[in-house]
Design a protein around this ligand. Sequence first.
Ligand code: FES
Length: 106
Amino acid sequence: IKVTYVAQDGTATTIEAEEGTSVMQAAVSNDLDGIVGECGGSMMCATCHCYVDEAWAERTGERSSDEEEMLEGAADEVTERSRLSCQIRLQPGLDGLVVHLPEEQL
Ligand code: FES
């Protein structure tokens, strides 16, 4: 399942990952700059903040209230498209997903 990460300067990186992997894990295991994932995906950090591309917003679903709370601690601006990338699991319906990376995570 492919995910494309677009950095603030427009650089796009596409990573192919197994179904069930989170958008954070896929980035971290490929050493992608821009996603830190300090807590390893347990919703305790907000260093995996990303902005889901508009075209995909509906398919990635809603953020939970815990996720919402943790996002308050994100280093960069939080918008309605902000998500914790560790909370987005790759599934066939998300093949081709595009997320945008924030300027900073820490
Ligand atoms: Fe820490 Fe997502 S990796 S909240």
